[in-house]
Ligand binder design. Structure first.
Ligand SMILES: Nc1nc2c(ncn2[C@@H]2O[C@H](COP(=O)(O)OP(=O)(O)OP(=O)(O)O)[C@@H](O)[C@H]2O)c(=O)[nH]1
Ligand SMILES: [Mg+2]
Ligand SMILES: [Zn+2]
Length: 288
């Protein structure tokens, strides 16, 4: 069993005994609608010329749709507090997607050198309060954070909008790597999609990191059922059992534990507003 560590233009780069074999997929996968993706565990056969064919794709432990990745252990979301400005709605959507896939989540808030302490406290009051593992980082300040331990013995995908500093952060933590980095544009202060492909980089035998291209929006195609949304705002769970109705969506229903917790400021207004927005967006696309 070997692992696909990169794919580019129909060629799969498969790691086998610390060597990389360039492989094609057999047509049979296309028939069965299986498209091998980075992270897949596969069996390959080797041709006389040293290239290979993917013969079998093993069942995935999990799968991320955006970016397409299989069999990862955790996802580290990186968001910058400024340049580009933080988009909490996009962050909450991304968290929702990861919660739904049962993936371990960590969040790094980057570029803290560009903001004031109170901006960090504000973020903490929302996300640390829920119980998420959050970290504040700057790549320009001397920092004593040892973020490298977050990656130990794990397959980690690093995701986030373009220009937030994903590649820069990885280069700083792992000085033996050299991920492509780029300036953000002067005009709109956004990233320029510097990282363009997905590749697993090996840290040690059982740790890999995957730097990924930035995204600026996320479609809700990963949601199968309407209640996936409320069920994966994890801080709602504790209060939802105080709702009068079992299928309460915490909008206008009478006697709602979530809305009560919101009034008492136990649940953050920002999260609740994003929840409502996402539910709305889902209802709109489902009508078509
Ligand atoms: N002020 C400040 N700038 C940073 C920090 N980290 C990264 N940058 C800058 O942000 C810009 C974008 O960094 P990248 O690492 O290329 O961003 P990315 O998230 O990998 O972007 P994509 O590959 O396009 O998704 C570069 O100009 C970096 O120098 C930081 O902590 N503080
Ligand atoms: Mg990058
Ligand atoms: Zn409710």
């Amino acid at each position: 069993m070997d692992r696909i560590i990169k794919s580019h233009r129909g060629i799969y780069y498969v790691e086998q005994n610390n060597k990389v074999i360039l492989c094609k997929a057999r047509g049979v996968f296309r028939d069965r609608d299986i498209k091998p993706i980075v992270g897949d565990l596969v069996d390959i056969s080797i041709n006389d010329d040293g290239t290979g064919y993917i013969e079998k794709v093993y069942e995935r432990k999990n799968q991320l749709l955006r970016p397409p990745l299989a069999n990862i252990d955790q996802v580290i979301i990186i968001m910058s507090l400024k340049d580009p400005k933080i988009n909490l709605n996009l962050l909450d959507k991304y968290i929702l997607m990861l919660e739904k896939s049962n993936l371990e989540i960590k969040i790094i808030f980057n570029k803290v050198d560009l903001v004031k302490d109170k901006d960090m406290e504000y973020i903490s009051s929302i996300y640390a309060n829920i119980g998420y593992d959050i970290y504040f980082n700057s790549n320009v300040k001397e920092s004593n954070l040892s973020l490298d331990r977050l990656f130990e013995d794990k397959i980690t995908a690093v995701v986030g909008p373009s220009g937030v500093g994903k590649s820069t952060t990885l280069n700083k933590i792992f000085s033996n790597f050299n991920f492509d980095t780029g300036e953000i544009s002067v005009k709109n202060k956004k990233g320029k999609h510097t990282t363009r492909h997905i590749e697993m980089s090996k840290l040690s035998n059982n740790s890999y990191i995957i730097d990924t291209p930035g995204f600026s929006s996320l479609s809700l195609e990963f949601i199968d059922e309407r209640n996936d949304i409320k069920d994966n705002f994890i801080e709602f769970r504790k209060y939802a059992n105080k709702c009068k109705y079992n299928d309460c969506y915490h909008i206008n229903e009478p006697v709602c534990g979530v809305k009560l917790a919101l009034e008492e400021k136990i649940i953050a207004k920002e999260r609740y507003e994003n929840y409502k927005q996402i539910l709305n967006e889902y209802d709109k696309i489902r009508r078509f």
